[in-house]
Design a protein around this ligand. Structure first.
Ligand SMILES: [Zn+2]
Length: 472
């Protein structure tokens, strides 16, 4: 079965032109101008539309236990929401919550495989380090995993010490595994949180006030230094202050193998959002910073300093005592209300996997902060390259998987929780106008979203074995 998408504006990280994409089975067979259909080809007119690769979101958390509850999207609802938002490949993080890494990976497959609604892979969290773990890290490659994440915060739970991070970096380097780092200062955070609670400060804004920007900046700098000492590449997740990105810029200018990711919340929101009556909706870690950070990060995205735009999608209900309708059934999952009287009990995280492409296209490209080519690089091509899936994923070229998004130009909607398909009761972009919207999404040649309708299925997503990470 062949499908020819005819006369669309085709956008990749390198170029754009009016042309055609021929899909055969699960793959893109040809991309070009004036491709002629044969007798058994279905021709779809996409003139006045634009085509992009399916998005790749490498930072999400589905079905993640936290703060006495669980993130409200699982590998079905979350990956389905991703599809509606034009993302056809996602990565989430496996918790190191069992004795061996293999057991952790197996238990994650047991949760994810039968539910996955788009293609997926994962990173392994290393939150306990010892000789056995050191031995097991190289084995991850046989399980299709090429990346691990470490934390410099969450003392006593997730954090590794500098010496341990240094060792992980060296083992990773020797085995073509990329280390991702969550950079904040865990010691300072613990002291400030303790002091805040003792002095009666319990409102959401104190979440941000107890996690200072300088702690993130200092740990980005330290991370880069550790990676240099280990002679290893490193990837910094969710960069949230302009100063962090300036450090990234300097490091890359020196030729160091450092890559950086940011997320939509650090472009469009600030600590002032936490001061609203419903401020708990904006609680995530690291927290939102200042307007100057929003602007600075956007400017440096335009300069090509950052490599990846992901989401850190980790949704919770705002009011988990009140059910929503999800696929015709009522569902309520405890959420942000758990911390109504104490910011430290509010589960940390935001919905976003379905918003990412729409928000960055309409508020990044259309507002001329970044070019269409940078948009594709940040949301599709670079993440696929860095995590070893290129060119199977992240681009439109012959031989690639036929993951294709067909966009409607100038078909404005008022975005919000009614459009986003996340399994939660709010959306951060409520009321935002989206001028260009998503009409169709193909996953490996199969039409799974069309005009707001779900044509996909639970379990249709495939686990992706990652190749060698690419340092870009
Ligand atoms: Zn995260």
């Amino acid at each position: 079965m062949k499908t020819l998408l005819k006369s669309g504006r085709i956008i990749t990280a390198e170029e754009e032109f009016i042309g055609d994409v021929l899909i055969e089975g699960e793959k893109i067979r040809a991309v070009g101008t004036n491709i002629q259909p044969d007798a058994d080809t279905v021709v779809v007119d996409v003139s006045n539309k634009f085509l992009t690769p399916g998005g790749v979101d490498v930072h999400t958390h589905f079905d993640l236990p936290m703060a006495g509850t669980v993130s409200s999207d699982d590998h079905y609802s979350g990956l389905k929401a991703a599809a509606f938002g034009g993302t056809t490949t996602v990565f989430d993080f496996i918790s190191q919550d069992r004795l061996s890494l293999k057991e952790c990976v197996d238990s994650w497959h047991a949760k994810a495989d039968e539910k996955a609604a788009v293609d997926f892979s994962c990173h392994m969290n290393i939150t306990t380090f010892n000789d056995q773990v050191a031995h097991e890290i190289p084995e991850l490659r046989k399980m299709g995993i090429n990346s691990v994440k470490v934390f410099t915060a969450y003392n006593g739970r997730l954090r590794l010490q500098d010496g341990e991070i240094f060792k992980v970096l060296r083992i990773a380097r020797n085995n073509q595994i990329l280390v991702m780092v969550h950079a904040e200062n865990g010691d300072v955070i613990d002291i400030l949180v303790d002091e805040a609670l003792k002095t009666g400060h319990r409102k959401p804004e104190w979440h941000a006030l107890t996690r200072p920007a300088e702690g993130s900046v200092e740990n980005v700098f330290r991370t880069i230094s550790l990676a240099q000492q280990a002679q290893a590449p490193v990837y910094i997740v969710h960069m949230n202050t302009a100063e962090e990105v300036r450090i990234l810029k300097e490091a890359r200018a020196k030729g160091l193998s450092v890559m950086g990711e940011t997320c939509p919340q650090y472009l469009y929101f600030t600590i002032d959002d936490l001061r609203k009556p419903d401020g708990a909706k904006w609680i995530c870690s690291p927290p939102m910073r200042t307007h100057a950070d929003n602007v600075g990060i956007q400017e440096m995205m335009g300069q090509g300093i950052l490599q990846v735009f992901a989401t850190d999608h980790c949704p919770f209900f705002y009011n988990g005592t009140y059910p929503i309708l999800y696929e015709g059934e009522e569902i309520a999952i405890p959420g942000k209300e758990l911390g109504m009287d104490d910011f430290t009990k509010i589960p940390n995280g935001l919905p976003g996997v379905g918003d990412r492409m729409l928000v960055l296209w309409n508020y990044g490209v259309r507002k001329q902060v970044i070019t269409p080519q940078q948009f594709i690089a940040l949301t599709c091509t670079n993440p696929a390259k860095i995590f070893g899936l290129y060119p199977q994923k992240g681009t439109l070229m012959p031989g690639a998987d036929a993951d294709i998004v067909v966009w409607d130009q100038d078909n404005p909607i008022q975005y919000g929780v009614k459009y986003s398909q996340h399994r939660t009761d709010y959306n951060l972009y409520e009321g935002w106008e989206m001028q260009d919207t998503i009409q169709k999404v193909y996953l490996r040649g199969k039409l799974i979203v069309e005009n707001g309708n779900w044509l996909g299925a639970r379990g249709q997503g495939k686990f992706l074995n990652c190749g060698d990470p690419e340092i870009i």
